[in-house]
Design a protein around this ligand. Structure first.
Ligand code: GRF
Length: 208
């Protein structure tokens, strides 16, 4: 059984999607072993408690002098728990290059657009969906990818698209992208990883 750590900062609906999927037996060969939040008031912590996650921790950047120290604490914690897969689920911090090297192809993130569109520095939360509407594209969606040193730049694991509707607002679009794309893709990607079915070759991920 692989040990999964989910890193969160907010509501934790993506964490919930993973926990629900696990309770249905769909995360094959994997267990949500730890939830680490960068905020002590994150609702995600309540979700983790309700699901009985074994290790629940708060590691806040406010308690460290630099981003390096903050990331080092996260790395130490993950190592001490012997974590196999790290999932960034609404984790609002960019991790250091050292962290990316240490956990190469073992950290995944969900981004609420079809990468390489509407991604990179500054594209988070409702800003992504506002940009989608401002540009006038007809489809959008979500992407699960491995994390590397480039923001939203790592190898793509899964993507799913939905149509943008006339009358959509950033809020309605965000909701549909979460429900129809993020909450579906993230548990699926986690399960594929835990089954050893993701093979990374350069910037390509092959599903075996
Ligand atoms: C999601 O839209 C996710 O794509 C982004 O941050 C949001 C997190 O939401 N990275 P939640 O905390 O999982 O509810």
């Amino acid at each position: 059984m692989l040990k999964i750590a989910v890193l969160v900062s907010g509501g934790g609906s993506n964490l919930q999607a993973i926990l629900d999927s696990a309770s249905r037996g769909e995360i094959i060969n994997g267990k949500v072993y730890a939830v680490i939040s960068s905020r002590e008031d994150a609702y995600a912590l309540k979700r983790a408690e309700a699901a009985g996650v074994e290790h629940i921790k708060v590691i806040s950047p406010k308690d460290f002098e630099s981003r390096g120290e903050f990331t080092a604490k996260i790395t130490d914690t993950l190592k001490s728990l012997d974590i196999d897969l790290v999932v960034l689920a609404g984790f609002m911090h960019v991790l250091s290059d050292d962290f990316c090297r240490e956990y190469r192809n073992r950290v995944m993130n969900v981004h609420p657009s079809l990468i390489p569109a509407f991604c990179g520095d500054g594209y988070y939360g409702l800003r992504v969906h506002k940009s989608v509407l401002d540009y006038g594209v007809k489809v959008t969606g979500a992407t699960v990818h491995f994390v590397n040193e480039v923001t939203d730049g790592g190898p793509i694991i899964l993507q799913k698209s939905i149509e943008v509707r006339d009358g959509d607002t950033p809020e309605t679009l965000q909701r549909r992208v979460m429900e129809e794309c993020e909450w579906v893709l993230l548990p699926e990607a986690v399960s594929l990883f835990c089954q050893g079915r993701l093979e990374v070759c350069g910037n390509h991920v092959y599903i075996k």
